[in-house]
Design a binder for this molecule. Structure first.
Ligand code: NAP
Ligand code: GLV
Length: 306
């Protein structure tokens, strides 16, 4: 069995070493143009040429959860596209989103500013019931985030494409229930995959339906958000703030207004990082399972786009 590794901006050596240790029977190599055809590929942002040269791939294993960039390419017919299914990302996402929501709810940025001026001042505590959190996307990451928020006793709502039943979470599904979901949410978390249906979903129309004092946390993809709509709603006071981890162009260009907006917190696409050892173990386990003819988790539905 031959496995080809083709990941942009990723140090290949430790991945190759880990995959070889996990799959000693396989030949694992970093792809070079013209390399022999492989049975499986481990990829992140591969060039189209890589896929064109690999028509016999059985499995294409992305080393992240989102496959939007990969699905823009022409994928060899018959190959399964497989994404990382949690792999240690869910707990990171829960930490990040809870931190952002709590920082906003507890006004910790305002306390920080006061303290920097030597002020020992108090703010009236908010009612948790006034800060319902709506999580768009109730998949592997969204469900974990929703449960973590509920643990802190925020009212939590969730929205998905098909109906889901998550204990402790008020679940909504489909376009027909989207308005109700938005109108009952104050903090909005995006954990949707980027597909033609979800691109630009955080636009002026939808964001202005949040409860007054709305707050946006985008940890999915930059193209879910219409940047200028967010800025306009923040500047008009319709929204209170945003924490953004993902951007239409990454790295975020130096002149982009998000960098300096007083109500926006920016992080560099770091809310849930791929953990190498966990991911290697998951991918190797799935390659072996496929070899035994067993079903595996995380297979992408190419029609649905996630
Ligand atoms: P997932 O398990 O595939 O879950 C996706 C969820 O979104 C599902 O609940 C799905 O509904 C819902 N959904 C999809 N299309 C929808 C639509 N049109 N309307 C309503 N709901 C829709 O994905 P995941 O593993 O949780 O990951 C989610 C995304 O997080 C990834 O695609 C990636 O873009 C992003 N991500 C970001 C980072 C980061 O560091 N910032 C890290 C990892 C992942 P159903 O339940 O009905 O299928
Ligand atoms: C990161 O953004 C991922 O999709 O894993």
């Amino acid at each position: 069995m031959r496995i080809s590794f083709c990941c942009a901006n990723v140090e290949a050596a430790p991945w190759l070493q880990g995959l070889r240790a996990a799959l000693p029977q396989a030949t694992v190599e970093e792809w070079q143009p013209g390399a022999p055809q492989a049975d499986h590929a481990v990829v992140w942002a591969p060039p189209q040429r890589f896929l064109d040269e690999q028509p016999r791939l059985k499995g294409i294993f992305a080393i992240g959860a989102g496959v939007d960039a990969l699905l823009k390419l022409a994928v060899p017919a018959g190959a399964l596209v497989v994404r990382i299914d949690d792999g240690g990302m869910a707990v990171q996402m829960a930490e990040y989103v809870c931190h952002a929501a709590i920082r906003h709810f507890r006004e910790l940025d305002a306390y920080d500013a006061d303290v920097r001026q030597g002020l020992w001042s108090f703010r009236r505590p908010h009612e948790r019931s006034d800060f319902p959190v709506g999580v768009m996307g109730l998949g592997v990451l969204g469900q974990r985030v929703a449960r973590a928020l509920a643990h802190f006793e925020f009212p939590v709502l969730g929205w998905s494409r098909t109906p889901r039943d998550v204990p402790g979470i008020r679940c909504y599904a489909g376009r027909e229930q989207f308005g109700d979901f938005l109108e009952r949410s104050r903090i909005l978390v995006c954990l949707l995959p980027l597909t033609p249906e979800t691109e630009g979903i955080m636009n002026a129309d939808h964001l202005s339906r949040l409860l007054p004092g709305g707050y946006v946390i985008n940890v999915a993809r930059g193209a879910h958000l219409v940047d200028e709509d967010l800025i306009a709603l923040l500047d008009s006071g319709r929204l209170a703030g945003a924490t953004l981890d993902v951007f239409r162009t990454e790295p975020l260009p130096p002149q982009h207004p998000f960098w300096r907006h007083p109500r926006i917190t920016v992080t560099p696409h770091t809310s849930a990082r791929t953990l190498r050892d966990e991911s290697i173990a998951q991918i190797a386990g799935k390659i072996l399972a496929l070899g035994r003819g067993e079903p595996i988790a995380g297979v992408v539905d190419l029609e649905r786009g996630y």
